[in-house]
Ligand binder design. Structure first.
Ligand code: HEM
Length: 491
């Protein structure tokens, strides 16, 4: 008898083509006009579905098992394709865009700054920034939630990267506005990757170019200022140390220092801001979820105004709200890869250089993985009802070695910010229709405006105190290790 375990037979995957290809633009119009509907229509045509991005053939991977395979085979499915080609022009060869061959070294350099112990050290500055935002709001005021969340996350990531080398107020505001322009421009360049269109000096193309140039200039100014000033224990400090070769490794180039900072600044600000804006918008139309969030926050804060790091494990429901928001409206909803060699995938022969896409939104809205997928149900994550199939399908931070380096940081930041806002304010949609999610390069409300209602009966104009403790079912600490988790492992 041989000792070898019989290999499970390869399952039969279905391969199809999406209907409705337009000459020259391909599926660009559908992808641009109704991106979420278009993406969600694809599984009906197969587990791997051919589409056209402009004139270019591309394949969308629609089954969670295949997506996991693709994400874990980074030698064959490398960063590339229209999204990463455009991001490369912005972020150079930094960690987000670099090819697989470069990635391991870069990840080793940056990962320590995002380990849980470092993230815990940043919790206080996250709470401080969130509280300062809440203090700036007034009862009855209409606040630009999308803009304020982007301002908040830009300030937080700027402090983590540069300490005080960037003027937190004015520069963060400028970065915020550049980021909004860049993200808008990136998506149209991904859906219709025809460079000639974007070289025409239209006002939109000029705005995009100007925003990109300003982000580079701001980062260069911060690096120059630090080089003239005192060393600091922040990410810029780590990178400058690596540029001097002080860490025992080959010195990284000045170009790389710049590229890493631009990469982390943009990714670190955009997605958490969209997650927060989405969560606040959703809570306002899900009163039971909002009530339970408020009850938990009141109990955990117990009359204090500022969160401390040890509060985080007890904010189990708050974390479930964040996790469900990331499922329902994943800020990163569509990504591209390119094949580095000819490969057999799902029974289909993909030539070298093929564009392959995957969409967290598509997997998160598959009813076999998440029953009733269009409903916002934080209870899905309370207590954890885990299954391998669901773990494969829940990929707000992707998977494999290119999984988001900031996942722990982002979960902490959004949980802290949401809890802090919930302790001070209830946000309401103004009368009229609620803005539907508008996907671009990322997904989430881009111009959400809401009205501030004090949580307690405080005089108008003064931010209210956090509520006194209320009887509520605070989950036991033992539950908090698993409940409200994002269900994605760390590999
Ligand atoms: C809710 C917030 C966030 C979400 C949903 C998110 C999502 C993602 C996703 C899906 C990827 C993989 C993209 C792909 O497969 O092509 C990614 C990569 C990345 N994210 Fe995040 N992200 C978030 C916050 C952050 C933060 C706060 C940072 C830190 C500054 C960050 C830095 C990065 C970096 C550097 C990568 C590239 C990692 C690598 O290739 O090694 N992200 N993110």
């Amino acid at each position: 008898m041989s000792g070898t375990v019989p290999k499970a037979p390869e399952r039969h995957w279905s391969v199809g083509t999406a209907p409705g290809i337009f000459p020259f633009l391909g599926h660009g119009i559908a992808l641009f006009r109704q991106p979420l509907d278009f993406v969600n229509s694809l599984p009906a045509h197969g587990d791997l579905v051919e589409i056209r991005l402009g004139p270019r053939r591309a394949w969308v991977v629609c089954h969670p098992e295949l997506v996991q395979r693709m994400l874990r085979d980074t030698r064959t499915f490398d960063k590339g394709g229209p999204l990463y080609e455009r991001l490369g022009a912005l972020m150079g060869d930094g960690i987000v865009t670099c090819p697989d061959a470069e990635h391991r070294r870069q990840r080793r350099l940056l990962q320590p700054a995002f380990r849980p112990a470092r993230v815990a050290e940043h919790t206080e500055l996250m709470a401080e920034e969130a509280e300062s935002l809440c203090h700036g709001w007034r009862a009855g005021q209409r606040v630009g939630v999308s803009a304020d969340m982007l301002g908040l996350t830009t300030r937080v990531i700027s402090r983590v990267l540069f300490s005080d080398s960037l003027d937190a107020g004015t520069t963060a505001a400028e970065i915020r506005s550049c980021l909004a322009t860049v993200v808008r421009g990136l998506f149209v360049r991904t859906a219709v990757p025809v460079d000639a269109l974007f070289r025409v000096p239209t006002p939109a193309n000029r705005r995009y170019r100007h925003a990109v140039d300003r982000v580079h200039a701001i980062v260069d100014a911060a690096i120059a200022e630090r080089r003239r000033g005192v060393p600091r224990d922040d990410l810029l400090g780590t990178l400058l140390e690596a540029a001097r070769g002080d860490n025992g490794e080959a010195a990284v180039t000045d170009r790389e220092v710049h590229d890493q900072l631009v990469s982390l600044l943009l990714t670190g600000a955009e997605s958490p801001a969209l997650c927060l804006a989405s969560a606040l918008g959703l809570l306002a139309v899900h009163p039971e979820a909002e009530r339970r969030l408020h009850a938990e926050v009141d109990t955990v804060l117990d009359g204090r105004r500022r969160l401390v790091p040890s509060d985080l494990p007890r904010l189990v429901y708050t974390r479930s709200v964040v996790t469900e928001t990331l499922r329902h409206r994943p800020p990163g909803w569509l990504f591209t890869r390119v094949t580095t060699r000819e490969t057999d995938f799902a029974g289909c022969r993909l030539p070298r250089g093929s564009t392959v896409l995957y969409s967290p939104y598509l997997l998160h809205h598959d009813p076999t993985s998440f029953p009733d997928p269009d409903r916002f149900l934080p209870d899905r994550w309370l207590p954890r009802q885990d299954s391998p199939a669901r773990r494969d399908a829940m990929i707000p931070f992707a998977a494999g070695s290119r999984k988001c380096v900031g996942d722990t940081f982002a979960m902490a930041e959004t949980t802290v910010a949401l809890a802090t806002i919930a302790a001070h304010w209830r946000l309401r949609h103004p009368p009229g229709p609620v803005e539907p999610p508008r996907p671009g390069a990322t997904l989430g409300p881009r111009s959400l405006v809401m009205t501030c209602e004090p949580r307690a009966s405080e005089p108008a104009g003064a931010p209210p105190r956090a509520h006194a403790p209320r009887a509520t079912a605070t989950p036991r600490a033992a539950d908090s290790r698993s409940a409200g988790d994002n269900g994605v492992d760390d590999t």
